[in-house]
Design a protein around this ligand. Structure first.
Ligand code: NAP
Length: 282
């Protein structure tokens, strides 16, 4: 491997240190920061993720409360539940596990969630503020990808950056943040006809696609910086959207999967919860 490994764990640890200090300052004023993890039905991966988040939050002084709705709950019931958390002043943030079951696809969480508890930047208000260049809550994974660059001392200004994926929760906000960082940004997606043409031009490549090892070594240019948010299970193993082994011989720096973007995303989310709790005092 010739590339520098962009390990997410020390980045997460640094963020969490700040989170714990801020959470404890709040606890001294009898404010218990609280995140609700809301799921519909039960999935093994969702349960594992929420338990991990609960353990991590507890260690920093943040209560992570798990709430599960029955798999056959109606769109109206889900909307009521999310809206009610907004009225509960003891709740600082809500994350709804995605994807929702098919009968709930019509629910527009961005419209029913109170921006006050929107710690993952999904509401119209926060997405709009991000687009307008105003201070906003931004989806944690997009922030985490930028934190990794920042921690490694990699300045995107003036560089050709490519974001693979345009979802509202990862690709699109990541592209906005790279633009704010003065990169020249291209976004590619499933309708991009010649992916290799654009990947080869990238000096910074953010991957958020959900296709195992889509990006191969011959698709990238020497010296590229790769930040891979992809999480795919192949034969019981977690792999990214980038062929890590092969691309790490060509790139100058690359995140591993697991251990790259994932841990930083969790730390950023908890930081957002503490920020939200701090606003209770104002
Ligand atoms: P998503 O909503 O399914 O979006 C995937 C994006 O990839 C879409 O924009 C899609 O294009 C594009 N795409 C699909 N196939 C493509 C192809 N062959 N070539 C180019 N673009 C393609 O997924 P997401 O929620 O953004 O998540 C993306 C990945 O990040 C997943 O692996 C997910 O598990 C992972 N993730 C990681 C974290 C973390 O903390 N590390 C957090 C969230 C998500 P269209 O728009 O044209 O359909």
């Amino acid at each position: 491997m010739t590339a520098v490994l962009l390990d997410g764990r020390p980045v997460a640890a640094e963020i969490l240190q700040g989170v714990a200090a801020r959470a404890h300052a709040l606890l001294e004023r009898d404010i218990q920061p609280c995140l609700v993890f809301l799921s519909v039905g039960a999935s093994e991966s969702g349960l594992m993720y929420s338990r991990r988040l609960e353990r991590l939050g507890t260690r920093q002084g943040i209560r992570v409360s798990r709430r599960s709705l029955p798999p056959d709950c109606s769109p109206a019931a889900l909307e009521r539940e999310v809206a009610a958390f907004g009225a509960d002043k003891a709740v600082d943030g809500v994350v709804v596990q995605m994807p929702l079951p098919g009968n709930l696809r019509s629910v527009d969480l961005s419209a029913v969630m109170d921006p006050r508890i929107d710690v993952d930047g999904i509401t119209v208000e926060n997405a709009g503020r991000l687009a307008l260049g105003l201070p906003a809550r931004v989806p944690s994974t997009a922030v985490a990808m930028m934190e990794i660059l920042h921690h490694a001392g990699i300045d995107p200004a003036g560089r050709r950056a490519l974001v693979l994926g345009r979802s509202k929760v990862v690709g699109h906000p990541a592209a906005e943040l790279l633009l704010r960082g003065d990169a020249t940004v291209t976004t590619a997606h499933s309708k991009t006809p010649d992916l290799t043409f654009v990947t080869r031009q990238a000096e910074i490549l953010f991957a958020a696609v959900g296709r195992p090892r889509l990006i191969r070594a011959e698709m990238v240019s020497p010296g590229v910086v790769i930040v891979d948010a992809g999480i795919n299970v192949v034969g019981g193993e977690l792999v990214g959207d980038v062929d890590f082994e092969a691309c790490s011989e060509v790139a100058s720096a690359i995140t591993p999967v697991p251990g790259g973007v994932g841990p930083v995303t969790n730390a950023v989310l908890l930081r957002s919860v503490v920020e939200s709790a701090e606003r209770r005092q104002r």
